[in-house]
Design a protein around this ligand. Structure first.
Ligand SMILES: C[S@@+](CC[C@H](N)C(=O)[O-])C[C@H]1O[C@@H](n2cnc3c(N)ncnc32)[C@H](O)[C@@H]1O
Length: 216
């Protein structure tokens, strides 16, 4: 049923697949992935938009550009750019502006969202995915993430997107959960460096907002 079936199996990828289904991402789309990191999502987008599409993988860390260039070597439609989201400026307007696990780290999330909205074509789509860190639980104890500037920004995401001048089409929160060995424990161990053993885990809910820019 979904063109994004492969995305659905991995931790935190199910809400991405749902959002991409929802906007009907397809061949030939032009997209920007802001705060692209290693380019995992940029590559997933590149597979869907195909050779006639274009993906700008933007990150303020130059190491990301090298990593994306290496990971996406076989995708000529992926362009890795070193740029801060606050100064987002692309060679052309895009059909989709996307970010995941970015806004919790930036100084001014509202400014980044406004830049992403400005990068869209009229009628273009925005998909943003950010966590509510403190709503995650390990053995019933809330997560904390003191290094993040806005660890609970997911709780404000629909309002921030609305305030960036876009129409919110859909918004929801989704949290992978597990106990003992499995993808959720592996993810947590990768993130924290600590093996959670048999502990019950609810990862921080990821709030996804799907929005649209007006046609006018
Ligand atoms: C937690 S990683 C998320 C990577 C990827 N979006 C994902 O979901 O797998 C956050 C990324 O945002 C980048 N970043 C942080 N602040 C940024 C900013 N102001 N502008 C652009 N990128 C930024 C970091 O360099 C890092 O690669």
């Amino acid at each position: 049923m979904s063109a994004f079936r492969g995305l659905r199996d991995d931790v935190y990828r199910r809400p991405l697949a749902t959002a991409l289904d929802r906007i009907e991402l397809g061949e030939g789309w032009t997209c920007v992935d802001v705060g692209a990191g290693g380019g995992e999502v940029s590559i997933a987008l590149a597979e869907v938009v195909g050779a006639t599409g274009r993906i700008f993988a933007v990150d303020n860390d130059p190491a990301s550009r090298d990593e994306v260039a290496a990971q996406a070597a076989k995708f000529a439609q992926v362009f890795a750019i070193t740029q801060a989201g606050e100064e987002l400026s692309l060679p052309m307007p895009v059909d989709l502006a996307f970010c995941r696990f970015l806004l919790l780290h930036v100084v001014d999330p509202a400014r980044v969202l406004k830049k992403m909205a400005a990068a869209l074509k009229p009628g273009g789509s925005l998909v943003v995915q950010e966590p509510i860190t403190s709503a995650g639980r390990i053995n019933g104890t809330p997560f904390s993430y003191p290094e993040a500037r806005h660890p609970d920004i997911g709780a404000f995401l629909p309002a921030l997107v609305r305030d960036a001048g876009l129409e919110v089409v859909d918004a929801w929160a989704e949290a992978p959960a597990g106990a003992g060995k499995g993808p959720v424990a592996n993810y947590l161990e990768e993130l924290t460096g600590v093996d959670p053993g048999d502990d019950a885990i609810v990862l921080p809910p990821l709030v996804t907002v799907v929005a649209r820019k007006s046609n006018r």
